[in-house]
Ligand binder design. Structure first.
Ligand code: GDP
Ligand code: MG
Length: 177
């Protein structure tokens, strides 16, 4: 049997304080670090997945930091990305309103080699908290209208839907690559 290796660069974007750095740490190191630390620049972390007997997936997760206020990134950052995670905080309506700008920034600066938009998943994070400041129905609608492959409610804190959502994105990246 022939084995196949995939390498995917995955961007993690969204407003500050929504949980991007925590997500990457949770996913890569399998822990939740509750000390809030402002990261400066761009961090990336690698996760290797034994996807199947014959397929290995290497995920390079790019976590932006310190540039979240601008809802805009340089093209260099987006270069050769295979997929994207846009995250907001369900208790912070402003972070949800800015998702549109993040998606527009992404689609204007990065596409697949054939010109199609990158597969992008929307994560409604901090779903362990209440009350939510963003109604469920508007997330559902928004995700459909704005070309996301889908959305999931996540809690990095409770480890809810973290590997599930990333696996969903990986599946999509594998079919378009
Ligand atoms: P970033 O600025 O988007 O990278 O956000 P951070 O990962 O630094 O997280 C900002 C704050 O939110 C930190 O205090 C985290 O501990 C907290 N946080 C992240 N994810 C969750 C979550 O799912 N639930 C709760 N309750 N807090 C979270
Ligand atoms: Mg961060």
């Amino acid at each position: 049997m022939e084995s196949r290796d995939y390498l995917f660069k995955v961007l993690v974007i969204g407003n500050g304080h929504v949980g991007k750095t925590s997500l990457v740490h949770r996913y890569v190191n399998e822990k939740f670090n509750k000390n809030y630390k402002i990261t400066v620049g761009v961090d990336f972390a690698l996760k290797v997945l034994a996807w199947s007997d014959t397929e290995t997936v290497r995920l390079q997760l790019w976590d932006i930091a310190g540039q979240e206020r601008f809802t805009s990134m340089t093209r260099i950052y987006y270069k050769e990305a295979s997929g994207c995670i846009i995250m907001f905080d369900v208790t912070d309506a402003c972070s949800f309103r800015n998702v549109r700008s993040w998606k527009e920034d992404l689609d204007s600066k990065a596409t697949l080699p054939g010109g199609n938009p990158l597969p992008c998943i929307l994560l409604a994070n901090k779903c362990d908290l209440s009350p939510w400041d963003v109604p469920l129905s508007s997330i559902e609608q928004f995700s459909k209208v704005n070309g996301f492959i889908g959305w999931m409610d996540t809690s990095v804190k409770d480890n809810k839907n973290i590997s599930e959502s990333i696996n969903f994105l990986v599946e999509r990246m594998m079919t378009v690559s």
